[in-house]
Structures are given as C-alpha cells and as structure tokens.
Ligand binder design. Structure first.
Ligand code: HPA
Length: 271
C-alpha cells in the first residue's frame, strides 16, 4: 500500500512539479470552487496510476493542481464513496497521496441531510466534530507506522482555530451559517425516519455518506482538517409524505455553493 501511495505521488510530482500546501475535496454538486482556481494541471482519475475511478452522477472525477489565494493547492472534484463499492483503502487513497505531495491542511465539503430542527435547506454547517457510523474504520489492519501512530488521537478532528476563523469570515460576509456534528454512514439509501431520529438522538446535526473516513486518515497523518456540510434536505419531519431525491440534493447544493466557495477561499488565504 505504501509503495502504491508513493508511486502515485511520484507520478503527480513529476508531472506537475507541485508541492501543494492544501488539499480540497469537493462534494456532490459543490465543484464550483474549481472556477476560482488558477488551474495548472488537471487529471481525470482514470489517468492517475492506482486511483479508483468515480462513477456517480454529479461527480466529475478530476484531480486539479493550481493556485488559489496565493497558495499551491490540489483539489479533488468528486470523491470516492464507500457506497460505490470501493473499500476503505480505496476511498481514502487520494488523501494519503495528497499528504505525500506535501499538504498540511485538508478542506472537505459534503452535501448532507439536516437533522437539527433549526436548520434550513441551503444552510452551510461548519463541521465541529464527526461520528463514524460506517461499518469499519479505514485504519483497521496493520498500522502503517510511516504514516502515523497505531491509536490516533481524535479530540480535534476538525481544527478549532479554522472553525473560529470560518465563523468570522461568514459573519463578515453576511453568510448565514450553522455549526454542528456530522454523522457519516455507508448509504446508498437515504435514512428512514427512524434512522434520522436515531442520528439526532446520537447527537448529530447533519448526515451524509462521506468525509468521515477521509478525516480519520488525514488525522492519522497529522493533517489539519476543516469541513462544511451544505444542508440539501431536511430530515426532521417524521410525518413528511415525501422523501428526498438525488436531484433535490444536487439543486440545493448548487445554490449554496458560492457561499461555501467564499469561505474556503478566504480560509485557504489564511492558513
Ligand atoms: N442522508 C444521507 N446522505 C445525504 C443526505 C441525507 O439525508 N442528503 C444528502 N446526502
């Protein structure tokens, strides 16, 4: 595994000459930040050695190298989801490669269902912590000592300083924001009303099918993480007679996207 990570990082280093400081993972329908990047190199996932290939609608599947706010960055437009059938090693492979390329910070976005009854569709939720409800942990198995310790500490999965700064940026730009806890579960089904209620009782404010494994692997390697959920649907009304469709998720994500881009850009300028 370590050899594969190095092989992929070496390939990308050779092709781009980049040493990015920040990695960015853009969630479903949240790829608009890419338009702000001064793009120098772009790779389809299928052209990168050892990369899995993304298949889901709304995921472009590109690894982008460029400059943003005076920093060299690497951005994933579309990510690998557990529900697509990838194993946890595949889901988190790009994060390990990005660390090998030199990133110190990882910025993640996701489309998520809102569990907190005070949330509205289109809200941004700055993630302050996470709950892993995937059936496994990406670090299960022999520890890769070269990457990190056997028992990584998770008391600050999401960096407190960046959370504070993000709130400040949102306020200064009159962007409504929430903060809360994200619970990641395998999908691909959306939750039943009973499952949404369970997640709320467990203490979560938003729920989705990504992010958690990537953050675990990033923290294992000491990478500082920051994340935002875009609330694309509300999962609070028990008696609602209509479920959520993938189209609704994509539309809500697209509308909220510019606010997310602004916060990510300013934060990247700040690090
Ligand atoms: N549940 C899980 N994943 C999601 C949701 C949801 O309600 N909305 C967007 N992604």
């Amino acid at each position: 595994m370590i050899e594969k990570i190095k092989e992929t990082a070496d390939f990308l280093k050779e092709e781009t000459g980049f040493s990015p400081e920040a990695g960015i993972i853009l969630g479903s329908g949240l790829g608009g930040l890419v338009n702000s990047i001064d793009i120098k190199h772009s790779f389809s996932y299928s052209d990168i050695p050892n990369f899995p290939v993304s298949t889901v609608e709304g995921h472009d599947g590109k690894l982008i190298f460029g400059n943003l706010e005076g920093k060299q960055i690497v951005a994933m437009q579309g990510r690998f989801h557990y529900y697509e059938g990838y194993n946890m090693q595949q889901v988190t492979f790009p994060v390990r490669v990005m660390k090998m390329l030199g990133i110190t910070h990882l910025f993640l976005s996701n489309a998520a269902g809102g569990l907190n009854p005070s949330f509205d569709v289109g809200d941004l939720m700055i993630i302050k912590d996470q709950i892993n409800m995937f059936p496994e942990n990406p670090l299960r198995g022999k520890n890769m000592d070269e990457l990190g310790t056997r028992f990584p500490e998770m008391s600050e999965a999401f960096d407190k300083k960046l959370v504070r700064k993000a709130k400040q940026i949102a306020k200064e730009n009159h962007i409504k924001y929430q903060t809360g806890i994200y619970v990641g579960s395998p999908g691909p089904t959306l939750e039943t009303p009973a499952e949404y209620r369970m997640f709320r009782i467990l203490g979560a404010d938003s729920t989705g099918m990504s992010t958690v494994p990537e953050v675990i692997v990033a923290r294992h390697m000491g990478v500082v993480c920051f994340g935002i959920s875009v609330i694309t649907n509300l999962a609070v009304a028990d008696d609602c007679d209509k479920g959520t469709t993938h189209d609704e998720v994509q539309n809500a994500a697209g509308e909220a996207e510019p606010k997310l881009t602004l916060i990510f850009k300013e934060l990247i300028g700040f690090i």
